[in-house]
Design a protein around this ligand. Sequence first.
Ligand SMILES: *Cc1c(COP(=O)(O)O)cnc(C)c1O
Length: 496
Amino acid sequence: MQVLYKSTRGNGKETVTASEAILKGLASDGGLFVPTEIPKLPCDLADFANMEYKEVAYNVMKGFLADFSEEELKSCIEKAYDDKFDTKEIAALVKNDDAYFLELFHGATIAFKDMALSILPHLLTTSAKKNNVTNEIVILTATSGDTGKAALAGFADVPGTKIIVFYPKGGVSLIQEKQMLTQKGDNTFVVGIKGNFDQAQSGVKAIFGNKELEKELLVKGFQFSSANSINIGRLVPQVAYYVYAYSRLVKRGEIKCGDKINFVVPTGNFGNILAGFYAKQMGLPVNKFVCASNENKVLYDFFKSGKYDKNREFILTTSPSMDILISSNLERLIYRIAGNDVNKNKELMENLIKEGEYEITADMKKELDDFYGNYASEEETSKAIKDSFAKTGYVMDTHTAVAAAVYKKYKEETKDDTKTVIVSTASPYKFARAVMTSINAQYDKKSDFELLDELEIVSKVKQPRAIEEIQNAPIVHDTVCEVNEMESVVKKFLEK
Ligand SMILES: *Cc1c(COP(=O)(O)O)cnc(C)c1O
C-alpha cells in the first residue's frame, strides 16, 4: 500500500500525498502530518553496507515519499548531498573512546540541520511542480540558532521561494547570529525578536494559523510553507543517516547484521530522535534511543513521570539549539503511543496550549520502552568536552557533549554495554567559546575570532569553509521586532 499522510489531530479519513504534506508543512487543523504506515526497509540490512550515502538515502526515503518518481527523488538527493559537504561520506562515523560519533556537521552550515535542509528546498519545489502550484512559496521559520542558517543556505536564490527566519535576539551564539545576518540572496529575510525561541515558534505557528492572512497573501500569489522540523520533508531525510550509521558499523565489522545498537541523541524539538525511531519501525535493529537534554530537561521529566510540563524557567545554556520547552515533534510520538487516537492526542495537545502541561496514561507510558531520558547540567557538559579532549584529543561541540555526558550516566545506571552511536550535531567551531573555555578557562580572555584559530591548533581539525566565509562577510540583515509585530514584519517583507 502506498504511504499517505494524515493529521495527528484531524479526522483520520482525510489523507494527503507526501508531496502535498511537504507543501502544507502543518495540517490545517494544527496537527502534524504522520505517515499512514511506516514503510519497511526495501532491501536486506546487509545490502546497505555496500551503498554510499546517497543510495542509502534513496532506499530509505522512497517508501515515505511514495508519490515521487525515482527520477524526481534521485534528482533531489543528487542536488542536496554534493560538494556542499566537506566529506564524501556526507555523514562521518568516528570511533572515539567508548562510542562511535556520527558527525552530521559536514554540510554548509556545520550543524546537523544541513542533512535535511539541503534537500528540503528541492523536495518542496518538486512537490510544487507535481501539484501544479504556481504561487511563490514563502518559508516561515523560527530558529533557536542552527535551523535558521541552514534553511537560509538551503533556500537562498532557489527560484519560486522566499524565506523569512525569526530568531531570539540574544538567544543564539555570536557566530550563529553572524552566520544568519550575513546571508546572501534577494529572497532571504532575517529578523531578531525580543523574546525567546518558544515565543518565536508560537508566533510563527500563529501566522500559519491565521486564515485571514492566508487569503490576503493568496491574492498576491504567495503561500506559506514551513522549513521547521515539523515538516515531513525535514523528518524523512533524517531517517536515512540512522540506517547509514548502522550500515557503516556492519561494513567495518564492528557489528554483525541484526545486532542491536543504541543511539544517543542530543534533543530539543524531538525531530532528530523521532527520525531514529522511524528507522527502527522500518526494521533497523535498535536497542535504546537515549534522549539527552540540557538543563531545559522537560523531556527527561516526561520520560520519568509521564507528565509533560513546560511551566518552568527557561534556561539559556551553552547548547542553545536545545533550549526548548515545547518539543513540537513529540506530538508524533504521543499520537502513536495513544494508539493513533486523534481525540486522545488532541485532548493532550489542547491541555498543553491551555495549561502548559499534560499527562499520558499508564498504558501510553508502557509504550515508551524504546526510550531512555536523562539530562546533563552545564557543568557536566563542560566536563564531557574537557575529559574527551584530555583522553583522546577529540574535541566535541556543546550539544554533542550533552549527549556524551548523558551516555556516561546511562552506562553507569544500566550497565548496558551495547555498541552505541552518539549523534554529533554540530561542529565545535560553531560554539568555539563554550568549547574552548571548557578545555581551559584561560581562553575566555580571547576574542571569538581568535578562539577559532586556537581551536584549529588544539583540535588539529582544519577550520571548515563555513567559518572562513563569515570572517569577512558584511552584515546584510538588521531587522529587530517585538513578538507581537511578527505578522506585520512578514507583510512588509512580502510587499517588497
Ligand atoms: C537542532 C539541534 C539539536 C536538536 O535537534 P532536534 O531535532 O530539535 O531535537 C541538537 N543539536 C544541534 C546542534 C541542533 O542544531
